[in-house]
Design a protein around this ligand. Structure first.
Ligand code: RB5
Length: 142
């Protein structure tokens, strides 16, 4: 299950991604925000990371204005590997190499068309399961 979270800077792009998810019948849980009023992005990062930590979701999408604040906040949490991506090469590499469980996007940085391509690549690329990548990921928390 995919967990969605955004702040006001990511709200509009998130609505476009939700249209895409609905069209493709991709299931998700939307943790908000649910409008354009100014909110604090760490709160929405935490809702999504908690849903992954407790097993209710296994992947996440976080969007703020730049993607920076919300990805930094998410990466403070245990078991979370959140990757801010601006192109499909990064989205593919972060699944194959880093086994990222959250994609972060910048609503004021990335176009809707690019964001959908980046999301699609992230969602459809599996972890490589290669030993060298597993070793490196294990070093994150050592
Ligand atoms: C909100 O104005 C903005 O700071 C936020 O969306 C994000 O870009 C933070 O990194």
């Amino acid at each position: 299950m995919l967990a969605l979270g955004c702040d006001h800077g990511g709200y509009e792009l998130m609505q476009e991604i939700i249209k895409y998810l609905d069209k493709k019948n991709i299931p998700y849980k939307n943790f908000g925000t649910h409008g354009t009023d100014s909110v604090d992005y760490p709160i929405y990062a935490k809702k999504v990371t908690t849903s992954i930590q407790d097993g209710c979701c296994d992947l996440g999408l976080l969007i703020c204005g730049t993607g920076i604040g919300i990805s930094v906040a998410a990466n403070k949490e245990n078991g979370i590997i959140c990757a801010l991506c601006t192109n499909t090469f990064m989205a593919k590499a972060t699944k194959e190499h880093n086994n990222a469980n959250i994609l972060a996007l910048g609503g004021r940085v990335t176009s809707t068309a690019d964001a959908i391509n980046i999301f699609e690549t992230f969602y459809n690329t599996p972890f490589s399961n290669e030993k060298r990548h597993i070793n490196r990921i294990n070093l994150f928390n050592s």
